[in-house]
Design a protein around this ligand. Structure first.
Ligand SMILES: [Zn+2]
Length: 61
């Protein structure tokens, strides 16, 4: 596993926290940007992913 800075870890924890809140609200697996479903394959790799693949790629490019 690549080395993570404390800041990266904090961001990841916040995303996990937000995912748990989404789960409680019944919104887990829904992209926070386009409100579309996030693919299960993506959630298996990155369970705390807040955005679907298309939105994430849009942010990064
Ligand atoms: Zn999206």
């Amino acid at each position: 596993m690549a080395q993570m800075s404390r800041q990266q870890l904090e961001i990841r924890l916040k995303q996990i926290d937000a995912s748990l809140a989404q789960w409680d609200a019944g919104n887990y697996g829904i992209c926070r940007h386009c409100k579309g479903p996030i693919r299960v394959e993506r959630l298996e790799i990155l369970p705390e992913a807040p955005f679907c693949m298309a939105c994430q790629e849009g942010f990064e490019s």
